[in-house]
Ligand binder design. Sequence first.
Ligand code: NI
Length: 385
Amino acid sequence: MVKELTKKYKQYVIDLRREFHMYPEKSMNEVRTQKRIIEELEKAGIECRPIAGTGVIATIKGNKEGKTVALRADIDALDVNESNDVPYKSKNEGLMHACGHDGHAASLLGAAMILNEVKDEIKGSIKLLFQPGEEVAQGAKKMIEEGALENVDAIFGIHIWNDLECGKVSAEAGPRMASAGVFKIKVQGKGGHGSLPHQTIDPIVASSAIVLDLQSIISREISPLDSAVITVGKFQSGTRFNVIANDALIEGTTRCFSNEINDAFEERIRRVCENTASAYRATAELEYDQLVIPTINDEACSKIAEDAAEKLFGKEAVAKFPMTTGGEDFSFYMKDIPGAFAFVGSRNDEKVTYYPHHHPKFDIDEDCLEVSSSLYAQFALDYLN
Ligand code: NI
């Protein structure tokens, strides 16, 4: 039933994806996209309202009481100049849907149309979350703050994925995407003349030791069976060869796949930077910001997603795909309720859709939209019924 209805809405979803692609918008500023989503939902008589600034939340009620499942699509674009020569090329200079979120928004609208047609057979309700600002890791937090998960029992999300062949779906249980933390360490020393170091506190020497000691958190405090990353990407200090600087700045990022390790990062980094600085008579001050937490799929929800993919497209559609160190703010939804996040393959070498996400030549095989829209709908039906 979902399969037939997906065929009916196939062109509708492609057209919407192309329209969203032509008018990409900055994170948390998806004004036109929001307006169009509301128009399409209202046209179909689906109850909806704005949320989280430029997001949309919609509800489809079945005619029997039951659980509530949420389906989420992110809708924002990136600061990338598109270099594809396609009829639906970005009309907004400097902005591009280079991550496939245009396809997510269109697919969820397609799923909304499908589910709306079969709502008499649905036991429970479906909440559709069109989320702004995924790329800046603000949208999910804001949606949750404004009540997007109220009375929701489980959630399902997808990402169109160019590292996976079109037609395949990967929704394995367990960790799927990494956490991402950002840290800033301000190291305070005491400046002076390069020829008289004993009169100073050299923040460059202290900071160099901090950079090295941070790596011992990974090598000495985390089990070798787990994976984790601490990267210092920025180190700034000094003005001149014979001047000892007054202070230094270190900035970096953390990644891992477990909540336990992630929750301990801040305290460990603080301990190492403060104590190492103090060994050199300097002081260090840490600022730590959690962009996203690890995306970890619930076992039962993963099974529903994999079975849905198999039901729709056969056993060969269910793929095994390694987890990735990229981050997703979908992880915040799965902090308190069970859920699953699936990768929907969009790679097709013949159609030149093999460029990586965020690349100016990124494009998708639009045949994947049939997979994503039907998977959203099938997951909701199977979870509720
Ligand atoms: Ni993305």
